[in-house]
Ligand binder design. Structure first.
Ligand code: CDP
Length: 226
């Protein structure tokens, strides 16, 4: 049986950490779709492209120059592994704007479906359960208060040597939440059949445990039907 697990939710809910752990434990692939939006946003920055002034022709041109690859559970853009450069505050400031462009979403959604095809995989993002993999066997939506998410993100950034204040991190998160959940195309939203987990006050291990329980229940249910 091929098992697709969609993990969605806003920034700082621990999606990446949890999704990676689940994939490791189940020994299946893991795809971070946010990294793809970040990589495209970095391409905009590097090439001085303003996301507010872009049309479909420009998007076509951009995607002719961009090529994503997925090898050994890692994402590559134009042959280069996606590194911490895509996590910079500069990318953080424009990524939601880039991700709200319909033509960009269409292209990335197609690539993501192709990468997830025919295998068991954990895919994390904002619109995986609703748009990218609406048939995923397991759909999880992680939440937490904005303060808690900003605290977690600040800790992560400081550990990476990126010097930012709590206020900067908090403001970026609130602004991204707003753009991501109000955009017209594929807004950040829990799928109707997603299990919502509030991660406030829960450890990573506790969240992983909860998700594994849901996965195991699903596997048992499917096996019964076979
Ligand atoms: O890791 P973090 O939660 O900061 O965000 P991310 O997963 O790296 O995603 C960065 C941004 O990409 C989000 O704020 C969204 O604007 C966009 N994104 C999206 O629109 N759809 C996805 N499936 C994944 C990310």
């Amino acid at each position: 049986m091929k098992l697709k697990i969609a993990i969605d939710g806003p920034a700082g809910t621990g999606k990446s950490t949890v999704a990676k752990k689940i994939a490791e434990i189940l020994e299946i692939d893991y795809l971070d779709t946010g990294a793809m939006y970040r990589a495209v946003a970095k391409f905009f920055l590097d090439n001085n492209i303003d996301p507010c002034e872009i049309d479909n022709n420009t998007v076509e041109k951009i995607f002719k120059e961009i090529n994503f690859d997925f090898k050994n559970n890692s994402l590559y853009m134009n042959g280069k592994i996606l590194s911490d450069e895509i996590r910079s505050p500069e990318v953080g400031k424009i990524v939601s704007k880039v991700a709200s462009l319909e033509a960009i979403r269409k292209k990335l959604t197609l690539i993501q479906r192709e990468l997830a095809k025919g295998k068991s995989i954990v895919v994390e993002g904002r619109d995986i359960g609703t748009v990218v993999l609406p048939d995923a066997e397991v759909k999880i939506f992680l939440t937490a208060s904005a303060e808690e998410r900003a605290r977690r993100r600040l800790k992560e950034l400081i550990e990476k040597g990126i010097n930012v204040s709590f206020k900067e991190v908090f403001d970026e998160i609130v602004q991204r939440d707003r753009i991501d959940s109000t955009r017209k195309v594929a807004p950040l939203r829990a799928a109707k059949d997603a299990v919502i987990i509030d991660t406030d006050g829960l450890t990573v291990e506790e969240v992983v445990e909860k998700i594994l329980e849901i996965v195991n229940k699903k596997i048992k249910k499917v096996e019964k039907q076979l």
